[in-house]
Design a protein around this ligand. Structure first.
Ligand code: G3H
Ligand code: 13P
Ligand code: ZN
Length: 330
C-alpha cells in the first residue's frame, strides 16, 4: 500500500472548494510520457497553479502504473527543485471503469480517482460509484463520478451520441453516492473531432461550433450550489497545430474543438476541473513532425522531443493563464 500523502501529492477537496469560490478551474492534463509530465510541472510552477495530472487506463497499459506513479512522485520533487516549495499536484485516475481498477490506483499512490459509470443504467451507476467512494474515503482519496454521456470516440472512451446530464437527477445522485465532484455532459466530447463541419456555422471563414449547453450547467449549479463540476472533452484543437501537422505530412481533416471563450466562461461557474488531453497530443505531434521534416538527418529522440516538450509547455501555460484562470492560486 502506497499512500499518496507520502509522495507529496494532495487530493482535490481543498483545491476544488477554492476554485469554485474563486471562479476559476483547475487544469487536468493527461500524461503518458516523461516529457508531458515535465511540461506540465514547468507550466504549473511558472504560473503558480495547482494542477491535476491524470492517467487513463490506456496510459497505464502504455507506460505501466508503477512508472506513472513514480513520475508523479518525481513531479512533486521536480516542482520543488524548480522553486515551488509547496506544489499542489493531484495524481488522478481518468475514466476508471471498475471498482478493482480504482482500488488498485488508491492502493498505489493516487490521490483522486474517477469512476465512470455513465454508460450504466442510473441505479447501477449509483451502486458502483458508492462502492468506490466508500473505499476511497477511508484513505482520504477523492472521487469524481459522471452522469450523462459525452459524444465522441477516443480509444477506450466511446459513446456514439451525447446525452446531456439531467439536472433533475444530480441531487439524488450526489447525495446517494457521496461523490466529491461530478462530470457532466453539456456538449463537450473527447478527441480532436468534436463536431462535423455541418454542425458548425461559418463566421469570417472560420467554423464556429454550436455553443455548450450553459442552461443545463446553470440548472445543475442551482440544484447543487457550490458542488464541484467537471468538464471532460475540453480541448480546443488549435488550428495552427492542425495546420502544422498537415503541412509536415499529417492528415487531420475537419478537426474541431471547443472554443476557448466558452471554457473561460465555464471556468467562472461551478466548473472547477477542465480535462485536456487532445491539445497536448496535437502540440507534441506538430512539433515533432516539423522538427523531423526540417532536420531529416537527425535521429536522437532528445532533439525532437525537446521542441515537443517546449510546445506542450507553451500550450499548458496558455490554458492556465488565458482559459482556466488558475494562475497565482497556490
Ligand atoms: O478521456 C480520455 C483521455 O483523453 C484518455 O485517452 O484512453 O487514449 O489515454 P486514452
Ligand atoms: P480531450 O480529448 O478534449 O482533450 O478530452 C480529454 C478528457 O476528457 C480526458 O478525460
Ligand atoms: Zn474524459
Amino acid at each position: 500500500m502506497v499512500n499518496y500523502k507520502d509522495l507529496g501529492l494532495v487530493n482535490t477537496r481543498e483545491m476544488f472548494a477554492k476554485a469554485v469560490k474563486g471562479g476559476y478551474a483547475i487544469p487536468a492534463f493527461n500524461f503518458n510520457t516523461m516529457e508531458q509530465m515535465q511540461a506540465i510541472v514547468m507550466a504549473a510552477v511558472e504560473t503558480k497553479s495547482p494542477v491535476i495530472m491524470q492517467v487513463s487506463k490506456g496510459a497505464r497499459n502504455y507506460a505501466n502504473g508503477t512508472i506513472l506513479r513514480n513520475l508523479a512522485k518525481g513531479a512533486v520533487e521536480y516542482a520543488k527543485e524548480l522553486g515551488c516549495p509547496n506544489p499542489q499536484i493531484v495524481l488522478h485516475l481518468d475514466h476508471g471503469d471498475s471498482f478493482e481498477l480504482c482500488k488498485d490506483c488508491i492502493d498505489n499512490g493516487f490521490s483522486s480517482v474517477m469512476i465512470d459509470g455513465s454508460s450504466l443504467p442510473y441505479e447501477e451507476n449509483i451502486k458502483l460509484t458508492k462502492k468506490v467512494v466508500e473505499y476511497a474515503h477511508q484513505f482520504d482519496v477523492t472521487v469524481e463520478a459522471e452522469l450523462g454521456v459525452l459524444a465522441g470516440v477516443e480509444d477506450e472512451v466511446s459513446a456514439a451520441e451525447s446525452h446531456y446530464t439531467k439536472p433533475e437527477e444530480v441531487v439524488d445522485f450526489a447525495t446517494r453516492t457521496g461523490c466529491d465532484s461530478l462530470a457532466i455532459s453539456i456538449g463537450t466530447s473527447h478527441g480532436a473531432h468534436k463536431f462535423t463541419p455541418e454542425q458548425c456555422t461559418k463566421v469570417n471563414g472560420v467554423l464556429v461550433p454550436p455553443p455548450l449547453a450553459f442552461d443545463v450547467l446553470h440548472e445543475i449549479e442551482k440544484k447543487l450550489p457550490g458542488f464541484p463540476i467537471v468538464l471532460h472533452g475540453s480541448s480546443s484543437v488549435p488550428q495552427e497545430e492542425v495546420e502544422t501537422i498537415n503541412k509536415y505530412g499529417g492528415k487531420l481533416e475537419a478537426a474541431i474543438g471547443i472554443p476557448e471563450e466558452q471554457l473561460r466562461e465555464a471556468s467562472k461557474s461551478a466548473v472547477c476541473k477542465i480535462n485536456i488531453d487532445s491539445d497536448s497530443r496535437l502540440a507534441m505531434t506538430a512539433a515533432i513532425r516539423k522538427y523531423l521534416a526540417e532536420n531529416p538527418s537527425h535521429f536522437d529522440p532528445r532533439q525532437y522531443l525537446k521542441p515537443a516538450r517546449e510546445n506542450m509547455k507553451k500550450m499548458y501555460i496558455h490554458k492556465i493563464v488565458n482559459v482556466l484562470g488558475s494562475d497565482n492560486k497556490l
